[in-house]
Design a protein around this ligand. Structure first.
Ligand SMILES: Cc1cc2nc3c(=O)[nH]c(=O)nc-3n(C[C@H](O)[C@H](O)[C@H](O)COP(=O)(O)OP(=O)(O)OC[C@H]3O[C@@H](n4cnc5c(N)ncnc54)[C@H](O)[C@@H]3O)c2cc1C
Length: 446
């Protein structure tokens, strides 16, 4: 016998939880079906034996991510500033520099100017979308500068650092859309005053857990496999054979996971199906090397480094406030992340430690802990940080990003127009779809 709800929400990441809380507050009977045995989706906190917090997935908040700061305050989850001591370093032209190449900063300015023209609500109406969405970021960069190294470096910082992809696989327009949604290049790349400004005590998962406690009815290990329409509404079926009847389904699952895990009967209309199929996730692995102390600070360095070459594109000091341990966190993106995932964890570690030693010296050779998190391997995430349109996808399907199919609603950070790809975007997308449901008549089933 099926259980009956006004709204069935699929996915207990920030989008699903925010939607659930909004609807509950407004008197709807809802349930969240979550595939994993935890909430938080693309964020997860791991605790080492000595209590060291390791954020395996998303971890930072920054200015204008207002809903996330409000949630942190509402649930008494403190934030703390990212630990910034000393100078950052940039590796290019076979040397180490205290600053980015001048030409990189100039290109960032040009990119910001172009991003300003993007219409976030109606992307297909943006003035230059026809050219910008057919051209990859890499090909545009190569037209802007004769310096191949600068072009490659900018591509790594933007397509890699922001979309966990390669500059040759994302369109210039996709990059501009993301940059506009996150208030510009410096806002996205920056620590103080930027998206990496603050961290969360207990990690973002601490907020997600409090949201779930407040909400109440998250059902775990409920992998949704089908949504079918019947005369009363929609029947949502999980792999363990549970059935949920509702008039509104709110899907808060990454697009690529919707495609691979959920069957719709009848099928979604072509325009929605193709929209979802045109959004692919980036590929990222996140690594932590934990040392007895942050030894790099002794020489006045912040630990933050950006590299124009090598597997590691960026690394930074991710140490906690009240702990002596020094934590270096670094990422491998795009094709390198896929190639690396073919190696065993031990082989990956050996390759990466060699790179760390080149960057930070011999003291980096023997971390107390080395933690690997490969988000490509997570079946309910399928890559990260978020999904982006393949080149040309925005032209054809950008207008359908937030479109729903009758009682089937689509949320998730990929659908956000503000802080697309971030927790903030996820929360806003969940609240947006909850609002749309509340405006409808005849939602109530129970
Ligand atoms: C390594 C990494 C670093 C990041 N850094 C940051 C950062 O510093 N700051 C920031 O703001 N953002 C960051 N992000 C992005 C941020 O984590 C995401 O934007 C956000 O978590 C997305 O939330 P969501 O609710 O849209 O999706 P998700 O978090 O992916 O939630 C979807 C949920 O749906 C569930 N699900 C999937 N399939 C099914 C199914 N068939 N049935 C039932 N449930 C299902 C999943 O298990 C998951 O819980 C990072 C992400 C990663 C991976």
């Amino acid at each position: 016998m099926e259980k009956r709800y006004d709204v069935v929400i699929i996915g207990a990441g920030f989008a699903g939880l925010a939607a659930g809380l909004s609807l509950k507050k407004n008197g709807f009977k809802t349930v969240i079906l979550e595939a994993r045995n935890r909430v938080g989706g693309r964020t997860e906190t791991k605790w080492l034996e000595d209590g060291t917090q390791i954020d395996l997935g998303g971890q930072w908040l920054g200015p204008t991510q207002d809903r996330m700061y409000e949630l942190a305050a509402q649930y008494d989850v403190p934030t703390f500033p990212s630990q910034l001591f000393g100078k950052g370093q940039y590796h290019y032209l076979d040397d180490v520099h205290d600053q980015e190449p001048e030409e990189m900063l100039e290109l960032f300015e040009v990119i910001d100017e172009l991003a300003d023209q993007v219409n976030l609500d109606y992307p297909h109406k943006s003035p230059n979308i026809a050219n910008q969405d057919r051209m990859t970021l890499a090909s545009w960069l190569n037209l802007q500068t004769k310096d191949e190294e600068v072009a490659g470096f900018v591509g790594r910082m933007l397509a890699g650092g922001l979309l966990a992809s390669d500059a040759g696989e994302v369109s210039l327009f996709q990059m501009l859309y993301y940059i506009k949604a996150g208030n510009g290049v410096q806002s996205l790349l920056g620590a103080k005053g930027g998206a990496q400004q603050d961290r969360i005590v207990g990690g973002p998962q601490a907020i997600a857990e409090k949201m779930a406690d407040d909400y109440g009815s998250v059902f775990f290990e409920q992998i949704v496999k089908g949504v079918s329409k019947n005369e009363e509404g929609y029947l949502v079926e999980t792999r363990v054979g549970e059935l949920y009847l509702t008039t509104q389904v709110l899907i808060a699952v990454p697009p690529t996971v919707v495609n691979s895990k959920i069957t719709f009967t009848p099928e979604l209309p072509v325009w929605k199906k193709k929209t979802l199929q045109s959004i692919l996730p980036g590929s990222a692995s996140k690594y932590h090397a934990v040392y007895e102390q942050p030894f790099w600070r002794e020489s006045g360095l912040s630990g933050q480094r950006n590299m124009s070459e090598g597997l590691i594109i960026e690394s930074l000091d991710n140490s906690l406030v009240d702990q002596k341990k020094g934590i270096l966190t670094f990422f491998v993106y795009g094709i390198d992340s896929i190639q690396l995932s073919k190696l065993s964890e031990e082989e990956q570690k050996a390759r990466l430690i060699e790179e760390l030693v080149k960057l930070y010296g011999e003291q980096a050779r023997n971390p107390e802990h080395f933690i690997t998190q490969d988000w490509n391997e997570e079946p309910f995430t399928n890559g990260c940080f978020s999904g982006h349109f393949t080149p040309g996808g925005f032209i054809k399907y950008g207008e359908f990003l937030q479109s729903n199919v009758e009682g089937i609603h689509f949320a998730g950070t990929e659908t956000a127009t503000i802080w697309n790809g971030y927790f903030e975007g996820a929360v806003r997308s969940g609240e947006r779809e909850a609002q749309k449901i509340m405006m409808k008549k005849e939602v109530k089933l129970v």
